[in-house]
Write a protein that binds this ligand. Structure first.
Ligand SMILES: [Mg+2]
Length: 246
C-alpha cells in the first residue's frame, strides 16, 4: 500500500487518540488490518498476477502429475486438494466484507456459503479433468465445517467442478492427516477403495502433510516437496500465517 494512503488513514486516528481515553495502538490496529484486507481482496479479484499464478501452478502440477502416475493403475490413486482459494474462489466474499469495513465472521460466512457463488479458480477445471482422464480420484479435504459440507458439494456441482469425495472438518478438528489416512486405508468412503495420495494442492501450509507455519524457519531443503508433490497457491487474504508474530 502507498505510504500516503497509510498516513491518511493513521493520522486522524492519532489525533483522535489524543482527545480520547482509548489507547492509540488499539485504535489504529483495526484500520491497518482493514486496509491490508481490502488490498489483498483487490489483488485476488482484479490482478493479472492472480490469474497467472493459478494457471501457472495448475499447469506445472499437471505436468508433474503425468510423470508421477505414468505407471500407476487407474482407480488406485488420488490427488488431495483443499477447497477455498485452491479450487474455489471466495474473493467476492472478501471484497464485500472489506468494503463494509468488516472482517470474517461466522455470520457473514454462513450467508456467503449459502449463496453457492464461489466459482472455480483459473486452471482448476482443466487440472481436475486431467486427474479423471488419467484414472485418478479427486479428494477435496477442506476445513469448512461438516454442517456446510452438503452446501459446499452443491457449490461445486453448481459450477461444474468435479470431485469424487469431499471431506470436511468434523468437531472442529482442523488437522487433515486423519482424513488423508482414511483415504489411504479405504475408510473415508464405502464407495472408494484404499487410495495412494500422489499429490497435494493448497493455499495453506496446513494443506500439506507434516507441515505448519514453523516451516518458515526451516532451510530450503525442507521445502523440497513443493513443485514436486506439493503445489501451493498464494493467499494474502487470510490463512494460518495471520497468527505468526511480526
Ligand atoms: Mg484454502
Amino acid at each position: 500500500m502507498g505510504m500516503n494512503r497509510l498516513a491518511a488513514a493513521v493520522v486522524p486516528l492519532l489525533v483522535a487518540g489524543c482527545a480520547s481515553t482509548a489507547p492509540a495502538p488499539e485504535a489504529t490496529s483495526p484500520v491497518g488490518k482493514q486496509l491490508e484486507f481490502s488490498e489483498a481482496a483487490k489483488w485476488a479479484r482484479y490482478s493479472a498476477e492472480h490469474e497467472a499464478v493459478y494457471l501457472q501452478t495448475y499447469q506445472l502440477a499437471a505436468a508433474r502429475l503425468v510423470e508421477l502416475t505414468r505407471d500407476l493403475e487407474p482407480g488406485t490413486w488420488a490427488v488431495s486438494l483443499d477447497a477455498d482459494e485452491t479450487v474455489i474462489d471466495n474473493s467476492l466474499y472478501q471484497k464485500e466484507i472489506s468494503l463494509l469495513g468488516e472482517r470474517y465472521t461466522p455470520e457473514t460466512w454462513d450467508t456467503w456459503v449459502r449463496r453457492l457463488e464461489a466459482p472455480p479458480l483459473p486452471g482448476a477445471l482443466e487440472f481436475l479433468g486431467l486427474i479423471h482422464d488419467r484414472g485418478g480420484k479427486i479428494i477435496i479435504v477442506t476445513n469448512r465445517d461438516e454442517p456446510y459440507c452438503d452446501l459446499t458439494r452443491d457449490n461445486f456441482r453448481r459450477h461444474g467442478i468435479p470431485f469424487d469425495l469431499m471431506l470436511c472438518r468434523v468437531d472442529g478438528k482442523s488437522p487433515k492427516e486423519p482424513r488423508w489416512e482414511a483415504v489411504r486405508t479405504g475408510k473415508a468412503s464405502p464407495e472408494l477403495p484404499p487410495l495412494e495420495i500422489v499429490m497435494w494442492l493448497g493455499d495453506n501450509v496446513n494443506d500439506f502433510p507434516g507441515l505448519d507455519q514453523e516451516l518458515r524457519h526451516a532451510p530450503a531443503e525442507a521445502f523440497a516437496a513443493f513443485g514436486d508433490r506439493y503445489f501451493v497457491f498464494p493467499n494474502p487474504m487470510y490463512g494460518s500465517w495471520e497468527d505468526n508474530p511480526n
